[in-house]
Design a protein around this ligand. Structure first.
Ligand SMILES: Cc1cc2nc3c(=O)[nH]c(=O)nc-3n(C[C@H](O)[C@H](O)[C@H](O)COP(=O)(O)OP(=O)(O)OC[C@H]3O[C@@H](n4cnc5c(N)ncnc54)[C@H](O)[C@@H]3O)c2cc1C
Length: 394
């Protein structure tokens, strides 16, 4: 597939270099590496460390704390390339949290916190997880039940969390907990507090959730029992945590959307190659329009989604409100990715269902993007309300 120019035409010279360097680095982690990770599980620590050693984990972190100080558009190009090399979401999710996750610390942390928290993350010494979702509140985040109660110079935390990725290996966590009971706040978005602190396994029980795909990057239930967090690990003011988390959400959606385009491209590349090589009825199956057309259509949808990704990223980097574009990019990317992966499996016929052809793994991973970090329905609700002026429905 001759798409090199098409994929880089709108990138800056620096972004092209980022893309090339990532493809180069990832040659050490080929499709068979990820296939084995998907079979056996186990965090891809060597891959995470390789990206850290090459300085990639600090791409969005200001230079004053050891990062590269680049924008979210540059990070989107980087994360898209990681996934597109064939690493899929197994590779993307292994480092995703490092790239955007500490945005609340960068924006709302004190100088002392930034110097303490950011360099070990960039160096790959600290892996971190994002601890927000709860079993009984789902997408209705303001209702979360985990409590943090002030006790002198500490907070004592109790509660349950679920679907927390990388908790099996993380040294640190970004945790959202309620400090003021819901019935005592004027607005339900108040009274939630954000912490960046040690993942203290003597106080947190971690149970892995067996899931459909992305086995290399674990996802877990957490049971938090009298966890003591020092006050100096609180980010910003008490009670403002929800606003701090929201601040980073558009960036996360943009990166997640860029990754979906990467996964869809990886799937279509394999499908086109197979369609050129597989001979049935004395000709390559790709000579049949019934095989060609779905692939061409999936490609167009994917690249249209990518335009929305880059538009959202450009607005974010200019400091403009990009909520609508970031959500739209996440929806469009996830849908195009899912369809591309499904078509890639079907193009392979029976072999599409065999693990050694890789595309069934991509299809299983693609489902994640339709669910997390925000569901399709919630994006429809957001666009209906914010763009079309319809009443808030939830
Ligand atoms: C692989 C994976 C990794 C994850 N990693 C993390 C992580 O690291 N950290 C973390 O905090 N979370 C993580 N999550 C959680 C993820 O963000 C949530 O699963 C997601 O936000 C949905 O929440 P829920 O599963 O509780 O769905 P629910 O809130 O229970 O919703 C269920 C369904 O109902 C729909 N729905 C609910 N209310 C409405 C409404 N008013 N109108 C229309 N539809 C509605 C939803 O759209 C959804 O389809 C992960 C999830 C997965 C699958």
């Amino acid at each position: 597939m001759n798409t090199g120019d098409i994929y880089t035409a709108n990138l800056s010279a620096e972004q092209r270099e980022i893309r090339e360097a990532i493809f180069q680095l990832c040659t050490r982690f080929d499709a068979d590496y990820w296939l084995e990770k998907d079979r056996a599980g186990g965090f891809p620590g060597d891959f995470h460390m390789a990206l850290a050693e090459a300085g990639w984990l600090g791409i969005c972190i200001p230079q004053a704390y050891g990062g590269s100080g680049l924008g979210i558009a540059d990070a989107a190009v980087m994360m898209q390339a990681v996934v597109e090399t064939g690493a899929g979401f197994s590779g993307g999710s292994a480092v995703h949290m490092n790239i955007f996750g500490l945005n609340p610390v960068v924006v709302f942390g004190t100088e002392e916190q930034k110097h303490r928290m950011l360099p070990p993350l960039i160096a790959g010494k600290h892996r971190t997880c994002f601890v927000v979702t709860e079993p009984n509140t789902g997408l209705n985040t303001t209702q979360l039940k985990t409590r943090a109660v002030r006790d002198g110079d500490h907070y004592v935390v109790n509660g349950q969390k679920t679907f927390i990725s990388t908790a099996q290996v993380a040294e640190k966590m970004l945790l959202l907990a309620r400090t003021t009971p819901l019935e005592q706040v004027k607005n339900k978005t108040e009274g939630l507090t954000l912490f960046y602190t040690d993942f203290d396994r003597s106080r947190i029980e971690v149970r892995e959730i067996e899931k459909m795909g992305r086995k290399a990057v674990d996802t877990n239930q957490l049971f938090i029992d009298n966890l003591r967090i020092p006050v100096e690990d609180r980010i910003g003011e008490e009670g403002k945590g929800f606003h701090y988390i929201l601040h980073g959400m558009n960036a996360e959606r943009i990166l997640a959307a860029a990754e979906t385009v990467g996964l869809g491209r990886a799937a279509l590349k394999r499908a086109a190659q197979y369609a050129n090589e597989r001979i049935v009825f004395d000709r390559p199956i790709g000579k049949n329009q019934g095989v060609q057309h779905p692939l061409a259509e999936r490609w167009m949808h994917l690249e249209a989604a990518n335009l929305m990704v880059m538009q959202a990223a450009a607005k974010f980097d200019r400091g403009e409100n990009c909520g609508v574009e970031a959500n739209a990019a996440k929806y469009l990317g996830a849908a195009a990715c899912w369809n591309a992966c499904e078509t890639a499996v079907l193009t392979h016929g029976g072999y599409g269902y065999a693990k050694e052809y890789h595309v069934e793994r991509y299809l299983r991973e693609a489902m994640i993007a339709r669910i997390a970090p925000v569901s399709e329905q919630m994006i429809f609700c957001f666009v209906a309300e914010k763009v079309l002026g319809l009443p808030k429905s939830y």
